[in-house]
Structure formats: C-alpha cells, structure tokens
Design a protein around this ligand. Structure first.
Ligand SMILES: C[S@@+](CC[C@H](N)C(=O)[O-])C[C@H]1O[C@@H](n2cnc3c(N)ncnc32)[C@H](O)[C@@H]1O
Length: 268
C-alpha cells in the first residue's frame, strides 16, 4: 500500500489523472458494463460517450456495437490524451457535456459516471435526450453517494482544517437528484423509461485504498486547492476519520458501499 501523501500526484492537483483513475479500472468499469448490457438497441449507427474519461466506457460501446461510429467527449486534456492512446480506433473530441447540444442526433447517447460532475440536471438531461435520434436511447449511470460517510467526512475535514476558507465552494453541493426527479423529466418524453439503483460493495484492502479510490474522483476538487504539505495533512486527518467509520472485517479488509443510479430513456 502506498503512503497517502505519495499517492497525491502533481497532475491530480491541476486536473484529472487517468492513471490514478484507472488504478481501480475493473471496479470503475463494472457499472458501465452493467449499463451497456441493459441497453436494448440492435444496431445504433452513431454512438456518443459523454464524459468518456480515459475511454474505458467508450471501448465497451465499440466492443458491443463494432459497426457503429463511436465518439467519446470529455473536457479534460489529460483524459482525452489517455483515451486516444489506449483506443486509437475511436474518435475523441473536447467539449463541455454541460452545454453539449449536437447538430446531428445519435442513436445512442451514453454517459457513465460523468453527470454528477455537472449542475442543472433538468436542463442537461433534457438536452441529452433531445440529442437522441427517433427510436434511439439515452443511457446514464451516476453515483448517488454524496450523503455517505466517505463524502460527509471529506466535507468535514475541508470545513474544520486551517484550509477551511480556501476550500469553501471547492465542490458544489451534489447536483444528483432522487430517481423520481429523472423519471418526471424524461419518462413523459420517452416510449419507455427504465431506472434502477445498484449498491456496489467495494472490498478495500484498508482505509488507504478508500483514499486512493477517491483521489481519482471525489477528493480531487479539495486537494487541487492545497499544496503538497497540506494535501498530506488533509489526507492524514481524513484517514483517521475513515478508520473510525469503517471497522475492518474478519480478514482486515473494509467494505465500502457505493450506490449508483441508472436510467435508460427510449425515444419514440
Ligand atoms: C469519473 S470519470 C468517468 C469516465 C468514464 N466514463 C468511465 O465510465 O469510467 C468522469 C469524466 O467526466 C469528465 N467531465 C466532468 N465534467 C465534464 C464536463 N463539464 N464536460 C466534459 N467532461 C466532463 C471528466 O473529465 C472525467 O473524465
């Protein structure tokens, strides 16, 4: 297990770090696999992956529909570089998924683990559905863990430390809503609307693993505002609180609950 401080890379202070993110590649990609498996779409001609990250989810789409023209969209240069390197057969392009509104529609608009990073979900999911061609589908997955101990405790460390003033607003309150919210906005515009939630219970080797997992995502906005020394202090305090919260199992491992919301809207 690497030390918490050395797990903070310089690039994670400035933007997304594809290596850090893919350290748990299997665990992060499983929800995308589960979402792809549930999509009932024979042969979508054009597919877009919104918030494609390092292309792990985009690769799954091409594997299931090899005849489709698949495009990955992201606004992180680091992620797009990793995606282009690992998936040279897929097209990747920079764009802001919060305002994305394409000229030509897609048979499948897909987004795995990205919608939680943008606000105003009513407007955004409305635009995403409008980008779906007749007969096509919008398929989305996002974590719903903002009230869980992992996120509650990182907000507590942010609010209680000497860095409190600088960390105000580092991460906006979660824009993720209850399932009913997405149903009410999308079901009336859909031929069929499917939604479900799965709690992925991640088996972690210890508290250091939880931190490493979250350094690829949720901790990023806080650590980005701290210098290296402060990042270490922040993570030490966070580790102490996590240790109190997550008692070890008989083998010393820790179980980390990770609920995720899925929905698929099929258009007429
Ligand atoms: C947690 S990763 C998900 C990566 C991949 N889809 C997967 O299934 O693992 C979230 C991605 O969303 C991207 N992202 C966040 N906000 C964005 C925005 N406003 N516009 C475009 N991409 C965004 C990030 O750069 C990051 O690559």
């Amino acid at each position: 297990m690497m030390s918490q401080q050395s797990a903070v890379t310089s690039s994670s202070r400035h933007g997304w770090d594809a290596g850090q993110y893919l350290f748990f590649a299997n665990e992060r990609t499983q929800p995308a696999l589960d979402l792809v498996a549930r999509i009932e779409s024979e042969a979508p001609a054009r597919i877009v992956d919104l918030g494609c990250g390092p292309g792990n989810s985009t690769g799954l789409l091409l594997a299931r529909w090899p005849q489709a023209a698949v495009t990955g969209i992201d606004n992180s240069p680091e992620m797009l570089a990793a995606a282009g390197r690992d998936h040279p057969d897929i097209m990747f392009a920079p764009a802001d998924i919060a305002t994305w509104s394409p000229v030509k529609r897609y048979e499948l608009v897909f987004s795995n683990a990205a919608l939680q990073w943008v606000g105003d979900h009513a407007a955004v999911v409305g635009r995403w559905l409008a980008a779906v061609a007749p007969g096509g589908a919008l398929a989305v997955q996002m974590p719903r863990n903002h009230d869980f101990a992992t996120h509650r405790l990182m907000r507590r460390v942010a609010a209680e430390g000497p860095w409190a003033a600088r960390l105000i607003g580092a991460r906006d309150p979660s824009p993720v809503k209850a399932p009913e919210f997405y149903y009410d906005r999308l079901a009336p515009l859909s031929r069929r609307f499917v939604l479900w939630e799965t709690n992925y219970i991640q088996i972690m080797d210890g508290v250091g693993d939880i931190i490493r997992w979250l350094q690829g995502t949720g901790l990023r906005p806080f650590l980005a505002r701290l210098d290296a020394q402060e990042q270490g202090n922040f993570l030490d305090r966070y580790a102490a609180l996590l240790t109190e919260e997550f008692p070890p199992q008989v083998d010393g491992r820790i179980l980390l609950p990770y609920p995720r919301l899925f929905f698929i809207a099929y258009r007429e």
